[in-house]
Design a protein around this ligand. Structure first.
Ligand SMILES: [Zn+2]
Length: 243
Protein backbone atom coordinates (compact mmCIF):
# COMPACT_ATOMS: atom_id res chain seq x y z
CA UNK A 1 0.00 0.00 0.00
CA UNK A 2 1.26 3.48 -0.81
CA UNK A 3 1.25 6.09 1.90
CA UNK A 4 1.26 9.72 0.86
CA UNK A 5 4.78 10.16 2.12
CA UNK A 6 5.98 7.26 -0.05
CA UNK A 7 4.35 8.82 -3.07
CA UNK A 8 5.93 12.19 -2.32
CA UNK A 9 9.29 10.61 -1.72
CA UNK A 10 9.21 8.78 -5.03
CA UNK A 11 8.11 11.93 -6.79
CA UNK A 12 10.94 13.91 -5.25
CA UNK A 13 13.39 11.19 -6.07
CA UNK A 14 12.44 10.91 -9.70
CA UNK A 15 12.46 14.66 -10.29
CA UNK A 16 15.92 15.02 -8.74
CA UNK A 17 17.18 12.04 -10.66
CA UNK A 18 15.81 13.55 -13.86
CA UNK A 19 17.68 16.77 -13.07
CA UNK A 20 20.88 14.78 -12.68
CA UNK A 21 20.33 12.87 -15.90
CA UNK A 22 19.69 16.13 -17.77
CA UNK A 23 23.02 17.41 -16.50
CA UNK A 24 24.72 14.20 -17.66
CA UNK A 25 23.37 14.72 -21.17
CA UNK A 26 24.45 18.35 -21.30
CA UNK A 27 27.86 17.39 -19.83
CA UNK A 28 27.33 19.72 -16.89
CA UNK A 29 27.34 17.22 -14.06
CA UNK A 30 30.16 17.67 -11.55
CA UNK A 31 32.81 14.94 -11.63
CA UNK A 32 32.64 14.30 -7.91
CA UNK A 33 29.14 13.63 -6.64
CA UNK A 34 28.03 12.95 -3.11
CA UNK A 35 24.60 11.38 -3.15
CA UNK A 36 22.71 11.11 0.13
CA UNK A 37 19.98 8.52 -0.06
CA UNK A 38 18.52 5.68 1.91
CA UNK A 39 20.07 2.33 1.15
CA UNK A 40 17.17 1.00 -0.94
CA UNK A 41 17.04 4.22 -2.97
CA UNK A 42 20.76 4.05 -3.68
CA UNK A 43 20.43 0.94 -5.82
CA UNK A 44 17.84 2.58 -8.02
CA UNK A 45 19.73 5.87 -8.27
CA UNK A 46 23.00 4.19 -9.23
CA UNK A 47 21.33 1.96 -11.81
CA UNK A 48 19.58 4.83 -13.58
CA UNK A 49 22.28 7.45 -13.26
CA UNK A 50 25.13 5.16 -14.27
CA UNK A 51 23.14 3.90 -17.25
CA UNK A 52 22.64 7.48 -18.45
CA UNK A 53 26.32 8.26 -17.89
CA UNK A 54 27.54 5.23 -19.80
CA UNK A 55 25.10 5.43 -22.71
CA UNK A 56 26.74 5.92 -26.10
CA UNK A 57 23.66 7.34 -27.80
CA UNK A 58 20.55 9.13 -26.59
CA UNK A 59 20.32 7.79 -23.06
CA UNK A 60 16.61 7.15 -23.49
CA UNK A 61 14.83 4.29 -21.73
CA UNK A 62 14.57 2.33 -24.98
CA UNK A 63 18.16 2.84 -26.07
CA UNK A 64 19.83 -0.34 -27.29
CA UNK A 65 23.35 0.98 -27.76
CA UNK A 66 26.19 -1.35 -26.83
CA UNK A 67 26.50 0.14 -23.35
CA UNK A 68 22.77 0.08 -22.53
CA UNK A 69 22.48 -3.46 -23.88
CA UNK A 70 25.42 -4.65 -21.75
CA UNK A 71 24.02 -3.15 -18.56
CA UNK A 72 25.85 -1.25 -15.87
CA UNK A 73 27.22 -4.19 -13.91
CA UNK A 74 29.04 -5.78 -16.82
CA UNK A 75 30.18 -2.51 -18.39
CA UNK A 76 33.97 -2.11 -18.84
CA UNK A 77 33.87 1.57 -17.84
CA UNK A 78 31.96 1.01 -14.61
CA UNK A 79 33.40 -0.07 -11.28
CA UNK A 80 32.32 -0.23 -7.67
CA UNK A 81 34.40 0.13 -4.55
CA UNK A 82 32.62 -1.77 -1.79
CA UNK A 83 33.45 -2.49 1.86
CA UNK A 84 35.40 -5.61 2.74
CA UNK A 85 34.02 -6.58 5.14
CA UNK A 86 32.99 -3.36 6.88
CA UNK A 87 35.35 -0.66 5.69
CA UNK A 88 36.68 0.52 2.35
CA UNK A 89 40.42 0.73 2.91
CA UNK A 90 43.09 2.74 1.14
CA UNK A 91 44.21 -0.30 -0.90
CA UNK A 92 40.73 -0.72 -2.37
CA UNK A 93 40.55 2.96 -3.30
CA UNK A 94 44.04 2.81 -4.75
CA UNK A 95 43.09 -0.18 -6.92
CA UNK A 96 39.93 1.57 -8.10
CA UNK A 97 41.84 4.73 -8.97
CA UNK A 98 44.54 2.76 -10.81
CA UNK A 99 41.81 1.38 -13.08
CA UNK A 100 40.97 4.94 -14.11
CA UNK A 101 44.38 5.80 -15.50
CA UNK A 102 43.46 4.98 -19.10
CA UNK A 103 40.45 6.46 -20.88
CA UNK A 104 37.05 4.81 -21.28
CA UNK A 105 36.68 1.83 -23.62
CA UNK A 106 33.07 2.22 -24.73
CA UNK A 107 31.32 5.02 -22.88
CA UNK A 108 32.00 8.75 -22.94
CA UNK A 109 33.12 8.51 -19.32
CA UNK A 110 34.33 6.15 -16.63
CA UNK A 111 32.21 5.84 -13.53
CA UNK A 112 33.39 4.62 -10.15
CA UNK A 113 30.98 4.15 -7.28
CA UNK A 114 31.90 4.20 -3.58
CA UNK A 115 29.13 2.62 -1.60
CA UNK A 116 28.54 3.28 1.16
CA UNK A 117 30.94 6.22 1.25
CA UNK A 118 30.73 6.36 5.05
CA UNK A 119 32.58 3.01 5.03
CA UNK A 120 35.75 4.70 3.71
CA UNK A 121 38.49 4.61 6.32
CA UNK A 122 40.06 7.95 7.24
CA UNK A 123 43.20 6.91 5.35
CA UNK A 124 41.11 5.97 2.32
CA UNK A 125 39.29 9.30 2.48
CA UNK A 126 42.55 11.25 2.53
CA UNK A 127 43.84 9.24 -0.42
CA UNK A 128 40.62 9.66 -2.37
CA UNK A 129 40.50 13.38 -1.71
CA UNK A 130 43.65 13.96 -3.78
CA UNK A 131 42.02 12.23 -6.72
CA UNK A 132 38.74 14.08 -6.32
CA UNK A 133 40.64 17.32 -6.58
CA UNK A 134 42.01 16.70 -10.07
CA UNK A 135 40.20 13.89 -11.84
CA UNK A 136 41.02 13.06 -15.46
CA UNK A 137 38.33 14.72 -17.62
CA UNK A 138 36.52 11.45 -18.31
CA UNK A 139 36.29 10.22 -14.69
CA UNK A 140 33.17 10.58 -12.54
CA UNK A 141 33.13 9.64 -8.87
CA UNK A 142 29.82 8.73 -7.25
CA UNK A 143 29.88 8.59 -3.46
CA UNK A 144 26.69 7.19 -1.99
CA UNK A 145 25.86 7.62 1.64
CA UNK A 146 23.07 7.42 4.18
CA UNK A 147 25.01 9.62 6.51
CA UNK A 148 26.88 12.52 4.86
CA UNK A 149 27.93 13.86 8.28
CA UNK A 150 30.16 10.81 8.67
CA UNK A 151 32.29 11.81 5.71
CA UNK A 152 35.15 14.25 6.22
CA UNK A 153 34.29 17.86 5.44
CA UNK A 154 37.06 18.23 2.85
CA UNK A 155 35.50 15.49 0.73
CA UNK A 156 32.00 16.85 1.18
CA UNK A 157 33.08 20.30 0.12
CA UNK A 158 34.84 18.90 -2.94
CA UNK A 159 31.69 17.07 -4.11
CA UNK A 160 28.46 18.34 -5.53
CA UNK A 161 25.93 17.17 -2.97
CA UNK A 162 22.61 15.67 -4.04
CA UNK A 163 20.16 14.79 -1.31
CA UNK A 164 17.47 12.24 -1.73
CA UNK A 165 16.97 11.65 1.98
CA UNK A 166 15.69 14.98 3.20
CA UNK A 167 12.50 14.57 1.24
CA UNK A 168 9.11 15.13 2.66
CA UNK A 169 8.01 12.32 4.91
CA UNK A 170 6.84 13.27 8.38
CA UNK A 171 9.34 10.84 9.89
CA UNK A 172 12.19 12.83 8.31
CA UNK A 173 10.75 16.01 9.78
CA UNK A 174 10.61 14.53 13.27
CA UNK A 175 14.21 13.30 12.96
CA UNK A 176 15.32 16.70 11.79
CA UNK A 177 13.48 18.46 14.60
CA UNK A 178 15.23 16.23 17.14
CA UNK A 179 18.62 16.77 15.54
CA UNK A 180 18.18 20.54 15.47
CA UNK A 181 17.42 20.51 19.19
CA UNK A 182 20.23 18.35 20.41
CA UNK A 183 23.01 17.78 17.86
CA UNK A 184 25.79 20.10 16.67
CA UNK A 185 24.31 22.70 14.35
CA UNK A 186 26.58 22.22 11.36
CA UNK A 187 26.07 24.08 8.08
CA UNK A 188 25.44 20.69 6.50
CA UNK A 189 22.57 19.98 8.88
CA UNK A 190 21.13 23.45 8.37
CA UNK A 191 21.37 23.01 4.60
CA UNK A 192 19.39 19.78 4.97
CA UNK A 193 16.84 21.64 7.11
CA UNK A 194 16.57 24.36 4.46
CA UNK A 195 15.84 21.78 1.79
CA UNK A 196 13.22 20.07 3.94
CA UNK A 197 11.54 23.31 5.00
CA UNK A 198 11.39 24.51 1.42
CA UNK A 199 9.59 21.28 0.46
CA UNK A 200 7.14 21.80 3.32
CA UNK A 201 6.46 25.33 2.17
CA UNK A 202 5.87 24.19 -1.40
CA UNK A 203 3.41 21.56 -0.26
CA UNK A 204 1.52 23.63 2.27
CA UNK A 205 1.96 27.21 0.96
CA UNK A 206 1.76 28.16 4.63
CA UNK A 207 3.30 31.41 5.85
CA UNK A 208 4.65 29.64 8.92
CA UNK A 209 6.83 27.42 6.71
CA UNK A 210 7.85 30.39 4.57
CA UNK A 211 9.02 32.19 7.70
CA UNK A 212 10.86 29.06 8.82
CA UNK A 213 12.55 28.82 5.43
CA UNK A 214 13.72 32.43 5.59
CA UNK A 215 15.01 31.89 9.11
CA UNK A 216 16.89 28.72 8.15
CA UNK A 217 18.65 30.62 5.38
CA UNK A 218 19.50 33.42 7.79
CA UNK A 219 20.86 30.89 10.31
CA UNK A 220 22.94 29.26 7.58
CA UNK A 221 24.58 32.59 6.75
CA UNK A 222 25.27 33.22 10.45
CA UNK A 223 26.94 29.83 10.89
CA UNK A 224 29.01 30.35 7.77
CA UNK A 225 30.23 33.60 9.30
CA UNK A 226 31.08 31.70 12.52
CA UNK A 227 28.09 33.10 14.39
CA UNK A 228 27.05 31.74 17.77
CA UNK A 229 25.64 28.26 17.39
CA UNK A 230 23.32 28.39 20.41
CA UNK A 231 21.80 31.73 19.40
CA UNK A 232 21.27 30.36 15.90
CA UNK A 233 19.66 27.22 17.29
CA UNK A 234 17.30 29.23 19.50
CA UNK A 235 16.31 31.38 16.54
CA UNK A 236 15.60 28.30 14.45
CA UNK A 237 13.58 26.47 17.08
CA UNK A 238 11.50 29.59 17.78
CA UNK A 239 10.07 29.73 14.26
CA UNK A 240 9.91 25.99 13.47
CA UNK A 241 6.21 25.19 12.93
CA UNK A 242 4.84 22.60 15.35
CA UNK A 243 1.79 20.53 14.78
ZN1 LIG B 1 22.40 3.76 -24.77
Amino acid sequence: MFSMSTVMRNFEMSSQLQDMIRLVRSRQLAQALLISAKSDQQTDIVAKLARAMLCEETGGDNCRCRSCAAGVNSHPDYSECLPSPRTIGKEAVSAAVAGLASGPLWAPMKVVVFRPAEALSREAETFLLKHLEEPPPYVYYLLLTQNPEAIIATIRSRCQHWRFTAATADADGIDLWQQLQSEPLTTDRVEQAAYWVRQRYRQTQSLAWLRAWETVQDVYRQLEANGNEELARAQLLRVWPRR
